[in-house]
Design a protein around this ligand. Sequence first.
Ligand code: OOG
Ligand code: MG
Length: 254
Amino acid sequence: MADLPAIAEILDEAARTANAVAQISETTPLTSDDAYRVQALSLERRYARGERRVGVKMGLTSRAKMAQVGVDDVVWGRLTSAMRIEEGGHLSRAAFVHPRIEPEIAFLMKAPLSGEVSAMEALAAVEAVAPALEVIDSRYHDFRFDLGDVIADNASSAGFVIGPPAPVSHDIANLGMVLTVNGHVAETGSSAAIMGHPLRALVAAARMVATAGEELRPGDIVLAGAATAAVPLMPGQAIALQVEGLGAVAVNIG
Ligand code: OOG
Ligand code: MG
């Protein structure tokens, strides 16, 4: 039997101190179920330090992301209050191991959602949609991991920035997304790259949190997953994401 609390402590400490650790799979290959248990245990440690759960993020919901990290399954992780970065604010590169940033769409929930739901039901539970940037940071050496590793590591969650909210009537099916670094285009894509429609990521989120006995709650942020590959972060970068018709979201790296 794997010592799941011990693995949770290793990963939580790696994140807290920004020190990379060996892949758990090198010594203890984890099933997805056990990996999600590790994730929950490591989040308990964050909550005990005063962080609050503020939503969830979906990961590996686009082909570009799956190809970049070599893992082909959709995953989810928990977002906490400590991961929130103000729109237009600053982020310190030194607080992370090898952070990357990626273009996303965020949902703000107004009603609970959990289990098997239709896209219509999912949409009815959404208050607003927004352009978003997610900062990911694998706690593993070389940003390498297998499925169990990345689930246990809270799906590489590290930070997120939410842009101006738009009404849910806004059609998000196929919006151009342009990620720039210091004004230069780094990645371009479409919201359609996210499972064909970002709403499908919300449907998947409702189903996946239910398997952990949880639900999406009113006030939760749900990140749909990146539309393109992620870009490495370095001090001095001004990062911006422009989403067609939805607006822009920016963060500066120090
Ligand atoms: C895993 C997290 C993936 C996304 O949006 O696809 C993710 C990783 O790439 O480290 O957040
Ligand atoms: Mg992401």
